[in-house]
Design a protein around this ligand. Structure first.
Ligand SMILES: CCCCCCCCCCCC/C=C/CC(=O)SCCNC(=O)CCNC(=O)[C@H](O)C(C)(C)COP(=O)(O)OP(=O)(O)OC[C@H]1O[C@@H](n2cnc3c(N)ncnc32)[C@H](O)[C@@H]1OP(=O)(O)O
Length: 280
């Protein structure tokens, strides 16, 4: 939850500042289906800063505890599912906050990847890097046309750690994954469908959500405990490996981000993003 200062004029005519908590995610449970929709609401691109990651984690936990029959993750932004980590968190960073950001990204991934209920991503816009991470942690993906999805880290001169890649490897044949990762390839919606990175295309967010609901509905007659244990069996090795390496992974991330040449690269990358946005 992020807190913001709201200014208002009170009865005395004096301006007051009030700190309010603003949630960057919402959870809506459909009474009929019992399926929870987790929506990311951090405009313009759902950049994953510390507060968004904390809110995603708390929403996943809420869904774990409210007996929902499934989880759909989507975005309130009209064009972007999530642009991945908020690059501003990595530029001239506060060290403690940077550590917390990466730790919370890890937490979000392992909570979403490991949750027992069926999960699906209604990818209603672009999903590079950390956006792709969220989508590939789910069991099913439906995407709108003319968008991009993929792990582009090598294009940025950085290496995606093993746990970040493991969702990819669950979905894509090893050969396709290796090539895509070494190229830092971003797939168009059509390419993603062709390679199996997404399961279906939908013409709108609503249709994408409906298709996710239909996927989760395929488990209606399956014993939920048997389903959950089977899912766990498939995912346990990746999670075990992740828990072994997670602390080292945070240290590696910090030392990478703090390198002067990486800081310089991030600065240039941010400038490029801003220039591109200003041209539009
Ligand atoms: C050497 C450089 C490296 C940079 C990272 C180094 C980190 C090292 C650590 C290793 C860790 C490995 C794991 C990383 C996981 C990640 O998630 S890294 C994040 C990678 N994400 C991206 O590369 C996506 C960049 N964004 C885009 O490609 C596009 O914005 C979009 C396709 C998602 C959407 O396009 P569009 O709808 O046209 O919006 P824009 O006009 O581009 O953007 C609007 C607005 O948002 C700002 N913005 C976009 N993405 C980010 C972001 N990830 N973080 C922060 N801000 C972002 C963009 O600058 C615009 O802002 P203004 O309107 O100009 O203020």
């Amino acid at each position: 939850m992020s807190s913001r200062l709201l200014s208002f004029v009170g009865r005395t005519g004096r301006r007051r500042l009030m700190s309010t908590a603003i949630k960057l995610t919402t959870v809506e449970v459909n009474d009929k289906t019992g399926i929870a929709t987790l929506t990311m609401c951090r405009p313009p691109v759902n950049g994953q800063n510390l507060e968004l990651l904390l809110d995603i984690k708390s929403s996943i936990n809420e869904i774990k505890n409210n007996n929902s029959r499934g989880l759909i993750i989507t975005s309130a932004s009209p064009k972007v599912f999530s642009a991945g980590l908020d690059i501003l968190e990595m530029y001239k960073p506060d060290q403690q906050r940077l550590r917390a950001v990466w730790t919370e990204l890890q937490n979000v991934w392992c909570d979403l990847y490991g949750i027992s209920v069926p999960t699906a991503a209604a990818i209603n816009g672009h999903a590079p890097a950390g956006g792709c991470l969220l989508a590939t942690a789910c069991e099913y993906r439906v995407m709108v046309p003319n968008c991009i999805i993929g792990l582009n880290e090598t294009q940025l001169g950085i290496i995606a750690p093993k746990w970040l890649v493991s969702g990819y490897l669950n979905i894509l044949p090893k050969r396709v994954a290796e090539r895509a990762l070494t190229q830092g390839r971003l797939f168009t919606t059509d390419e993603a469908l062709q390679e199996g990175l997404i399961d279906e295309i939908a013409n709108s967010k609503e249709e994408a959500v409906d298709k996710c609901v239909a996927f989760i509905g395929t488990f209606a007659k399956v014993n939920p405990v048997a389903r959950a244990l089977t899912k766990q069996q498939f995912r346990a090795d990746n999670l075990r490996q992740f828990h072994k390496e997670r602390e080292q992974d945070v240290d590696d991330f910090l030392s990478l981000v703090n390198r002067p040449e990486v800081q310089k690269g991030i600065g240039i990358y941010l400038e490029g993003l801003k220039k591109k946005a200003n041209k539009q």
